[in-house]
Design a binder for this molecule. Structure first.
Ligand SMILES: Cc1cc2nc3c(=O)[nH]c(=O)nc-3n(C[C@H](O)[C@H](O)[C@H](O)COP(=O)(O)OP(=O)(O)OC[C@H]3O[C@@H](n4cnc5c(N)ncnc54)[C@H](O)[C@@H]3O)c2cc1C
Length: 421
């Protein structure tokens, strides 16, 4: 690597401090994994790109994941085969392009007599999962090869996971999926690669409104109004097209484009974004080298992940109503997670509140509104041009998973190139 590139990567200048008014091809709002991959994809295809993030890069939902880069075994139960295949393909691509961040890990997915999805159905699901990941070992790094799944019986399960519940245990699927212990660092890696291709980025820069030309039928976006939160300075950034990658805040941004005053602090009801809270707790080591997972008695799922000599336990999936800026993990949410996990693991040795060494949570941006319970809501994504809503020059990206963000970015940039001609 050239010395100048190394220096640029180390310093990461906030372009906003010396912005000279140039018009970018693309302005990206949000520096989570979606904004980072969109900026990378667009800059590497030769577009001039600006990215603004109101907090630090990758500090919101993208830092709050369950650390999995996975196909989403459970989406097979809702017949979302295309999503599972896309995720498994992305798992392979990400492992190849970011081998330092993504690692295969063995999963023990348990089956108990009480489970609504029987051991037989799990076996069919595993066969499909294997089929959809037919290319899983097309890896540059041969140490990342993932063996085929196998069924294991209670005796072996208890050897691998000594504190699994014994009562009603019928068997488990032993298979491989991937984890990324630092999704926020992987996000930063995409931002750094975008910079390498010429993108201009600025953290602590909040988009506050649009620069807009109002026609009779159409509003045309010409850029965004931001505030540099470090220098406390308002700046207008010019651009031909804006991509809204604000994750759980995406509807707030959209409403700014739709409203006259642009000073919205509360999302209106005419959007389709739902927010689902998910929390995790970290305790001292409870599992060794295997991720232990299965269904809870309420037909959700739990998992215990080996994590930096500790254990990461998750997760919850509960609709969040309110302003995402005010979201924080509550004691009630922790107690609810503990109750579910203690029914599913530990064989009577309960994890107590005082055993928790750390906790974190985030809000999943979900686009499907039909399901009553957000747990069953699809993890698909949507990329919408806003011309049909009378707004030109804006694309909104909503929903999705960390795992599929690279592919989402490819599609979003395809759409951007069509609009930019
Ligand atoms: C509990 C939980 C567990 C999950 N586990 C997994 C998993 O294991 N595997 C997986 O693949 N996916 C997982 N996901 C999903 C994944 O985390 C998300 O799909 C992904 O992180 C969304 O990224 P994003 O960039 O769209 O959103 P975010 O990371 O939230 O980024 C949006 C950014 O926009 C910024 N922003 C908002 N408004 C403005 C503004 N006005 N101006 C400037 N910037 C603004 C925010 O500060 C934020 O940084 C999980 C999600 C949750 C909540």
């Amino acid at each position: 690597m050239e010395q100048s590139t190394v220096i640029q990567l180390l310093i990461m200048k906030r372009f906003i401090e010396n912005y000279n008014g140039e018009a970018f091809d693309l302005i990206v709002i949000g520096g989570g994994i979606t904004g980072a991959t969109v900026a990378y994809e667009a800059a590497s295809r030769g577009l001039s790109v600006a990215l603004v993030e109101k907090s630090d890069f990758g500090s919101a939902t993208s830092a709050a994941t369950s650390k999995m880069i996975h196909g989403g075994l459970r989406y097979l139960s809702t017949f979302e085969f295309a999503l599972v295949r896309e995720s498994l393909r992305e798992r392979r691509i990400l492992t190849n392009i970011a081998p330092n961040f993504i690692h295969p890990v063995p999963f023990v997915f348990s089956n108990y007599k009480r489970d609504k999805i029987s051991a037989f159905k799990m076996k069919i699901a595993m066969l499909l999962y294997e089929l959809f990941s037919f290319d899983k070992n097309w890896m540059k790094d041969k140490s990342k090869k993932m063996p085929a799944y196998k069924i294991i019986l209670p005796e072996k399960i208890l050897r691998l996971i000594p504190n699994a519940n014994k009562k009603g245990l019928v068997g488990a699927q032993l298979y491989y999926d991937c984890v990324s212990h630092s999704p926020e660092r992987l996000t930063l890696a995409f931002i750094k690669s975008a910079i390498k291709y010429g993108a201009s980025v600025a953290n602590y820069t909040q988009m506050e409104g649009f620069i807009m030309e109002e026609g009779i039928k159409l509003k045309t976006i010409k850029g965004v109004k931001v505030i540099d939160k470090i220098k406390n300075k308002k700046i207008d950034i010019n651009g031909k097209l804006v991509i809204n990658c604000a994750g759980p805040w995406a509807d707030f941004i959209l409403d700014k484009a739709k409203s006259k005053s642009q000073t919205i602090t509360k999302a209106s009801n005419n959007h389709v974004l739902r927010r689902s809270e998910g929390i995790h707790i970290i305790t001292n080591k409870l599992v060794n080298d295997y991720i232990f997972s299965g269904f809870t008695p309420t037909d959700k799922h739990f998992f215990l992940v080996p994590f930096r000599n500790h254990t990461l336990i998750g997760t919850t999936d509960k609709e969040f109503i309110g302003n995402p800026d005010e979201y924080k993990v509550t004691k009630k949410a922790i107690e609810e997670l503990l109750e579910e996990v203690n029914k599913s693991f530990g064989d009577g040795n309960k994890i107590k509140y005082k055993d928790i060494v750390y906790t974190y949570g985030g809000l999943r941006p979900l686009v499907e509104e039909q399901t009553e319970d957000v747990y069953n809501s699809s993890r698909k994504y949507e990329i919408t041009g806003e011309k049909k809503n009378g707004i030109e020059g804006l694309i909104t990206v909503e929903g999705g998973k960390f795992t599929t963000s690279r592919r989402l970015a490819e599609k979003a940039v395809d759409k951007a190139l069509k609009i930019l001609k």
